[in-house]
Design a binder for this molecule. Sequence first.
Ligand code: PGA
Length: 254
Amino acid sequence: MARTRRPLIAGNWKMNGLRADAIVLARDIAGGFRQAGWTDRDLLVCPPATLVVTVSEAVRGSGVLVGGQDCHAEASGAHTGDIAAEMLRDAGASCVIVGHSERRTDHGETDAVVRAKAQAAWRAGLLPIVCIGETLAERESGRTFAVLANQLKGSIPNGATAANLVVAYEPVWAIGTGKTPTTGEVADAHAHIRKELGGVMAEASGVRLLYGGSVKASNASDLLAADDVDGALVGGASLKADEFLAIAKAVQRS
Ligand code: PGA
C-alpha cells in the first residue's frame, strides 16, 4: 500500500550551538535540502530558543522548517525563564517538541503538563511533536506497551487530528546511548502506538509517528523501515549537516 503520510525528519539540537556555528549548520542543511530537491518529505531543525530567529533567517526560502524544543503552556505571564509558544511562532518557528524525556526527567513534566503544552502549540499555530517512550526498567519488566498507552492517553489533547499532531516514539534507554531497538521492536511499538491513538483521536491512521533514539546515517534505513514509521527525531546526529541529510535520504518511500 502506498504511504500517504509525508515523512518528517526532525533535528533536535538540544542545548548545543552558538550563533556562528548554528548559521553554518542551518545553511548547510538548507543547501543540502534544496540540492536534493526533495518535495516528498519535510525537514525540521529545532535549535535552542536563543537561535530560533537566527536559524529561521538562515534557512528562509529553502523549505526547511524551524521548531522550538519546548514551550510553556501559558501565552504570557510571570514565568521567569520560560518561553511561550506564541514567542516561538513570532521568532519563526512552525513546530515545537513537547514532552521530550529530558524535559520529563529534568523538569518533572507530567503527561498533564505535556498535554497543556500541546494545546498551547495549537493556540499559537504551531505543530506539536509529542514525545513518549519507556525507560529501560519499564521495557525489561514487560510494561512498554502499557506505558506508551498511558502516556498517549495523558499527553494527547482532545481535538487532535492527522494535520495538527506528530508523535515521536523515543525509548528513553536509546536516547544518546548508541543503543537502539531492533527494526522489529520499532515496528511493534509504532503499530501499538497507532492502535492506541485510535482510542484517543480520530484520524489516527494519518498521524505521523517518528522514531527517535540514537538514529544515525548508518542505522537510519533499518530503524525507519517499518510501515508505521514516518520519519525520525534525531539528536546528536542532527548536529552534522551531512549526517542529518543522509538520514533524511534514508527515509524510504513506498
Ligand atoms: P539522540 O537523541 O539521537 O542523540 O539519541 C534523540 C532525541 O533525544 O531526540
